[in-house]
Design a protein around this ligand. Structure first.
Ligand SMILES: [Zn+2]
Length: 346
């Protein structure tokens, strides 16, 4: 047994070891959990509508020294799909994380900004809804597939707000060790100017938008965005709808937080709530509940084996997700990768 891995699972060295294993199996095959894969469309179809994720693949993409630039370029080619959720609320999807836009007399409020390369297509999608200006951008967390467009939207006149930890990470160099990716501090224009720690309420376009912090889950800066009147809930990357989620240990993410965070989101939903995941198609309370239960099942199985002294390679080899992979392994995070993420954050 590798006691280091059991007792101190999140040192930089161990995360880099974790990363090299994941890069070998996942990144090399062109499967990145940042919204550039095309395989997250096939699960639930809500209200007769099938959300599209864009469909672009980067099969065989080499590991270059500048994966960020590579992903920006890829994102620029992915179509942005617009899905109407309510009279004045729309979901935008395709490149990067799913976005939500609320529009009206007060101007547009956008949640998440995808990749910088996708901004022209996002602006075209926003203009196709109506001619109201984009006044406010909210980030669900710092990951670059949700914030890389910040600087461009800020230049266009949007104020940016997010959880305090999102600003901290955007304003300092970061690593996603699981993918051996390094990020310099984002440009100053991309930094949220308004932050909060626990809760924040906005009133725009006769809608009440409740923002609330989720304790460390996918990262340590996750929030949900709840549109009270429209009954729409954006869960950020705490929810990957219908697929295993990525969890970012480098940013404080962990499986128990994902379970608690998805349970927290469940308390904000009823049978009519339209639930927007960070990745995957539009969902509902039943989909979120099923996802939560899957997280609990995998966590309990991996915890049991870890408690029994099994090493990470032993647990991965035991395939604790084998019976779940057909349903949940269709996205960019495989059962083995998810098992690794769960083990390393318990
Ligand atoms: Zn993320």
């Amino acid at each position: 047994m590798n006691s280091n891995l059991v007792t101190r699972p999140r040192t930089r060295r161990e995360l880099l070891q974790l990363g090299s294993g994941i890069v070998g199996t996942t990144l090399l095959s062109g499967l990145l959990p940042f919204g550039l894969g095309g395989s997250v469309t096939s699960q639930q179809s809500q209200s007769g509508q099938q959300a599209q994720s864009g469909g672009a693949q980067i099969q065989g993409a080499p590991i270059s020294q500048d994966r960020v630039a590579q992903m920006r370029a890829q994102a620029a080619a992915i179509p942005v799909q617009t899905q109407k959720l309510r009279d004045n609320i729309y979901m935008l999807s395709g490149p990067g994380g799913n976005m939500v836009v609320l529009t009206g007399a007060d101007g547009k409020v956008l949640v998440d900004s995808s990749f910088a390369g996708a901004v022209p297509k996002i602006n075209a999608a926003l203009a196709a809804i109506d001619n109201k200006p984009l006044n406010l951008l909210i980030n669900t967390h710092w990951h670059f597939d949700h914030t890389d467009g910040n600087d461009a939207f800020h230049s266009g006149g949007a104020a940016i707000m997010a959880h305090e930890n999102c600003r901290k990470r955007l304003s300092t160099p970061q690593e996603i060790a699981a993918f051996q990716m390094h990020f310099d501090a984002a440009p100053v224009g991309a930094w949220p100017r308004t932050t909060f720690n626990d809760k924040f309420t906005l009133y725009y376009n006769r809608e009440q938008i409740d923002l609330a912090y989720i304790q460390p889950a996918h990262t340590d800066g996750d929030i949900y965005v709840r549109y009270q009147k429209g009954n729409v809930l954006h869960c950020g990357d705490v929810l990957f709808n219908g697929i295993y989620p990525f969890i970012d240990p480098s940013s404080g993410g962990n499986i128990n937080g994902m379970i608690e965070g998805s349970a927290q989101c469940l308390t904000q939903a009823d049978a009519e709530t339209k639930i927007v995941p960070g990745h995957g198609p539009l969902g509902d309370k039943a989909a979120l509940s099923s996802y939560h239960d899957m997280l609990v099942t995998v966590r309990d199985r991996v915890q049991k084996q870890k408690n029994a002294g099994k090493s990470l390679p032993e647990v991965v080899a035991a395939k604790p997700t084998a019976d779940l992979d057909a349903q949940w392994g269709k996205g960019n995070v495989t059962g083995d990768f998810f098992t690794t993420l769960v083990y390393s954050t318990l």
